[in-house]
Design a protein around this ligand. Sequence first.
Ligand code: ASP
Ligand code: MG
Length: 404
Amino acid sequence: MGLIVQKFGGSSVANAERVMNVARIVTDTYAQGNDVVVVVSAQGDTTDDLIEKAKEINPDASKREMDMLLASGEQISIALLAMAIEKLGYRACSLLGWQAGFSTNSVYGSARIKKVNTERISLELSKKNIVVVAGFQGLNKYDDLTTLGRGGSDTSAVAIAAAMHADRCQIYTDVDGVYTADPRKVKKAVKLNEITYDEMLELATLGAQVLNNRSVEMAKKYNVVIEVLSSLERKPGTFVKETVKMEKMLVRGATKDSNVARISIIGVPNVPGIAYKIFGKLASKNINIDIILQSVGRNDTKDITFTTSKDNAKLAVEVLQELEVLSNLKIEVDAETVTKVSIVGAGMETHPGVAAKMFEALFENDINIQMISTSEIKISVLIDSKDADKAVEAVHDAFIPDEK
Ligand code: ASP
Ligand code: MG
C-alpha cells in the first residue's frame, strides 16, 4: 500500500487493445489500495511520424516549434488511457506536463527538468483519481512547451517518483527486464534480477536500449529504485538500484555499439601540446570523444587515433583540418566498418584477469582488436563490424554462467 509510479512506453500503448491492457494493469494496482500516478509516452511510432511530418514542411524547423509539435503525441495517449481507465469503472484525470508541474530549462528538444511541483498531482490523488501524466514534456520560464529528448518519459516518471517519494517506480516496456545481452542475438542471455545504477548507465550508453540514460542518472541522484518490467507478461522484472548482490556474476552484461567512427591523424609532430590542441579544439565544438590511442613516437612523429559517434565524424574532421599544427597531415576516417563491443560489471573492479579472459574469448574466435579502453567497471574493444555479433556472444558466454 503506498504511492506507485508506473510508466508505459510507446509500444505498450500502441493501439486500443494495448491501451486497455495498460488500463487493467493500472487499475489492478489501484484496486490493491495504492495511489497510482501513470506516465505515458506517445503511441507506437507517433513521435517519429510527427518528425517526418515536420520534415515534409520544413526540415530546418525551429526547435521551439518542433517541441510544440512533438508534445502533442503524449497528449493523445494520456487522454486515451484516462478514457480506458474510466471504462473499467475507475476515476482518472489526465494531465499535460505543465499541469503536472514540470518546469524545465529552455533547451528545446533536450530540456532538463528543473523542478516538479506536485501539488496538482497530489490534489487529484486526494480526489481518488488515478493520475495520468504526459511524459517527455514540461514548460520553460517563457511558458513555452519543451521536450526532454528522445526516450524522455522514463525521466519524467523517475522525476515524479523522486519528488513524491514514491514507494515504487515501475517502468513497463516491451521486454521483461534487463538481460545480460540482447536475447534476440545471444542464445544464452539471461534476465538479471538486479543491476546497479552504474552498470545500467554503462549499458545504456553502450546501446542496450532499455532505459533512458538521464532517467538512470536521476534515479541514482535521488536514490529511486527502478523496476523494469513487461507490460505484456505479468512477471517480475529487473531492479535497478545502488548496490546488488554480486552472486557469481563478475560481468553483468555484454553489448555492442555500432554508432562509432574511428578517426586517425597520421604523423603528428612528437612534441608537447599536440593532444591538448586536438582534444581542446574538439571539446570546444562539443564533440564527445570515447577511446583515445596514441602511438609511441618514432622519427619525430606519432599517430593519434580516437573514436566518436558517427554523426560527429564529419564535423570532427572539419574542425581538425582548421588546426594549424595538423595542416598537410593525413586524417583517416572509418565511420562504416567499426563497432565497439563491451563488457560491464561492478565486480571486475576487484577481480584481476577479466580483460585477459575477454581477449582470450575474442582470440579463440579469431577476432582482431583495433583499440581497447577500460574503466573500473567496463572493458571495451573496437573491432570490425562484421565480427560484432559473434564477439558479443563469445565474450558473453565466457563470463555469464549458462543457466539454460
Ligand atoms: N515519445 C517520445 C519518444 O518517442 C518520448 C518517449 O518515448 O519516452 O522519444
Ligand atoms: Mg516513443
